[in-house]
Design a protein around this ligand. Sequence first.
Ligand SMILES: [Cu+2]
Length: 165
Amino acid sequence: MYITSYPLSPSFRRVIVLGLGFVLTHSFLPVRLAAQAGPRTIEIAAADDMKYDKTTIEAKPGEQIRIHLTPKGTMPKIAMSHNVVVLKRGTDAAAFVAAGVSARPTDFIAPEKKAQVIAATPLAGNGESVEITFKVPAVAGSYPYVCTFPGHFVAGMKGTLVVKK
Ligand SMILES: [Cu+2]
């Protein structure tokens, strides 16, 4: 092997070092951006038929997710609004929803049942959209989610967040 040593001026060496530093920093940039891309977004739509178009969400324990809900009906908000309320494992969803039926100021979530809520979007009317970002429980299992607008749960507006490794 034949090695040639070029005499480099200190300032030229500085340029090379800075250039190398620039290349290294920027080649790692996409990786860092990917890591900061934020929570995974789950899109859910709901029409006036009082059903979510997605009734199962799968997530890893402790994962950060964003539920984005878009009602896509035509009825006015006062008569037809939706939310997504994720409940703790083992919650009696029917009893939870029934308790909040007259709790309009708190989006039909009974204040005394608030401790059973893991995450909740606000209510959204047709033409609006709402979202909630939260950390999925660390414990694997099935977590119910419901719409608390009166009558919607019994009409079938519910789903399951399945947490598994
Ligand atoms: Cu609803």
